[in-house]
Design a protein around this ligand. Structure first.
Ligand code: OGA
Ligand code: NI
Length: 336
């Protein structure tokens, strides 16, 4: 793929650069086998969510062909010119700040020209619900719609299975409480540019995802890292695994029993990298706060209730900045 960095403003300040020495071995990032005993799966997910907020899922039931197809599609999309991909943006090739657009192609984190330094990547973002409604899906590559529809059905089934297992692990009587977390799915394809001196740039700055859970496919290049107790771990690619992470709204709903995982991506010196992420969360009008089952007199609410659209608006306004977005809903007693 012949791509060059779009702008000059991607060099990181010294204090913000990733340090090589910080990254530890990946051996401890949990891998959960979904072909196992149902009780093992519930317990393994509960443990991983509580300890890491992050795990890899293998034998998850999504056909390998479907995963391969979506990666192949992503590869083809990023081989097209930016003009071809921008043609579907509602503002043509003008960059937009509106996170609610159904389809968006851009570079860096959020398309803002003044957001410096940018992450060294291109992305294509598709809001599945809006895109289906408005039928604005691209017609090129020719198999775009077919592949994305099939992938939606597959990843959404896996996402709902995950939410159900998470509910069980939390002992929630009513799995409906978490079902709302799968109302909306946003899909983002990421294409990371190589950079000869990776320590000077970032693929993606450290952040937690704002919604409920994120389900990611990465190719075999590597570079994704997760933070646990202040230390960074490499999430080494496992063929056809999904990388799953807990995002902010699930932290809020569980009153911090499960914490969103901070993660980032390191650029590679020679290779470009692809990932496809499905972000699951509630609809824009859904108000999210700690679930009644997750609070008690000894364990009072740590967060206030907040409409999803307000949470997301301030997330996009902040830019990627660790877990700062949670400050917006923290009550005084909350430390995380
Ligand atoms: C994201 C993200 C990681 C990756 O898109 O929010 O963290 O590996 N992506 O692409
Ligand atoms: Ni992320």
């Amino acid at each position: 793929m012949a791509r060059v960095a779009p702008e000059e403003n991607y060099l990181q300040d010294l204090k913000d650069r990733f340090q090589e020495a910080e990254v530890l071995d990946d051996s401890q990032v949990p891998i959960i086998d979904f072909s196992g005993d149902p009780k093992y799966i519930v317990d393994a997910i509960a443990w991983a969510c509580q300890e890491w907020g992050f795990f890899q899922a293998i034998n998850h039931g999504v056909p390998i062909a479907s995963m391969k197809n979506v990666l192949k599609l992503a590869k083809e999309i990023f081989n097209q010119t930016s003009e071809e991909n921008e043609a579907y943006n509602s503002l043509g090739n003008k960059l937009s700040d509106d996170p609610s657009e159904a389809y968006r192609y851009g570079s860096g984190f959020n398309n803002r020209k003044d957001a410096k330094p940018i992450d060294l990547k291109y992305f294509l973002r598709l809001d599945y619900s809006l895109a289906q409604q408005e039928d604005i899906w691209p017609e090129s590559p020719s198999y775009f719609r077919e592949v994305m529809k099939e992938y939606h059905d597959q990843v959404s089934a896996f996402g709902h299975c995950l939410l159900d297992n998470i509910s069980k692990g939390l002992g929630l009587e009513n799995s409906y409480d978490l079902k709302v977390m799968g109302e909306k799915i946003i899909c983002i394809m990421n294409y990371y540019l190589p950079y000869h001196t990776p320590e000077l740039v970032k693929g993606v700055s450290a952040h937690s995802d704002p919604r409920a859970i994120s389900i990611l496919i990465q190719d075999d290049v590597g570079g994704l890292e997760v933070c646990k107790d202040g230390r960074w771990f490499a999430v080494k690619p496992v063929k056809y695994a999904f990388v799953v992470n807990i995002a902010d709204q699930l932290q809020i709903m569980t009153n911090a029993k499960y914490k969103s995982a901070e993660h980032r991506v390191r650029a590679h010196p020679e290779k470009s990298r692809l990932s496809v992420v499905a972000f699951f969360g509630p609809g824009m009008d859904t108000v999210v706060g700690p679930l009644p089952e997750m609070v008690s007199e000894e364990n009072p609410p740590l967060y206030r209730e907040c409409a999803t659209k307000d949470y997301l608006t301030q997330f996009y306004a902040n830019g990627l900045d660790g877990k700062r977005s949670l400050d917006y809903v923290k009550l005084d007693r909350a430390k995380v």
